[in-house]
Design a protein around this ligand. Structure first.
Ligand SMILES: CC(C)(COP(=O)(O)OP(=O)(O)OC[C@H]1O[C@@H](n2cnc3c(N)ncnc32)[C@H](O)[C@@H]1OP(=O)(O)O)[C@@H](O)C(=O)NCCC(=O)NCCS
Length: 177
């Protein structure tokens, strides 16, 4: 297995197709076919390969978390985590996420993601946010009490934060978390 990272702009058509296929297959979610419309540039992709075969993928985009009482934190927001179904449970996803954490440590203040597989991420050092959550919009805060599975990963530059306080994130078109 080889681990590499690349920015969205650097991905050739075959790699883009492989990323889409692995996300659709792992998540059973056709909307991943629009991944490169949602993230046309500025993404940072983390890939595990075995020869020509893509085994696992994760995507980082830059977002801005703000735990109550703190400044905005430059956040490595992780999406599109997916391992080839036939290769799951063999450590590829864990390897990609450890590699990702190592690579973003210098440029980012914290990492964040939303998942239903909290135990998988907890084993890799991620922590569940336990306090209230909200989006920051031009109209003010939009509480998201129905949102679950928000996790953070502390990086070397993460300030001392209390996971039971209010956590906000900038609203994006069509989504908050
Ligand atoms: C979640 C996902 C990315 C994990 O990828 P993966 O390549 O299977 O990850 P790993 O193999 O590193 O770990 C998976 C499990 O296998 C276990 N495992 C890892 N290496 C192992 C090994 N060599 N032997 C036995 N078990 C192993 C891990 O402990 C882990 O257990 P857990 O799920 O109970 O935490 C993958 O299952 C996936 O694509 N799922 C579908 C989409 C999804 O749920 N995405 C995440 C939500 S955001």
């Amino acid at each position: 297995m080889i681990l590499v990272s690349a920015f969205t702009e650097e991905l050739d058509a075959a790699t883009r197709a492989a990323i889409i296929e692995i996300c659709v297959a792992a998540h059973q979610e056709e909307d991943f076919r629009n991944l490169f419309a949602y993230v046309s540039s500025g993404g940072w992709h983390f890939l595990a390969w075995s020869g020509e075969q893509l085994l696992s993928h994760a995507l980082v985009t830059t977002r801005w978390l703000q735990p109550e009482g703190h400044q905005l934190l430059k956040t490595a927001y992780v999406d599109a985590v997916a391992s080839l179904p036939a290769g799951q449970g063999r450590g590829f996803g864990s390897a990609v996420l450890r590699y990702l954490a190592d690579q973003v440590a210098q440029d980012y203040d914290i990492a964040c993601l939303e998942t239903e597989r909290t135990a998988f991420y907890e084993r890799l050092g991620w922590e569940r946010w336990r306090g209230p959550l909200a989006g920051r919009s031009d109209q003010g805060l939009i509480p998201t009490p129905e949102q679950s599975g928000i996790m953070i990963l502390r990086l070397p530059q993460t300030p001392v934060i209390d996971l039971t306080t209010l956590l906000t994130i900038e609203c994006q078109p069509g989504r908050i978390w």
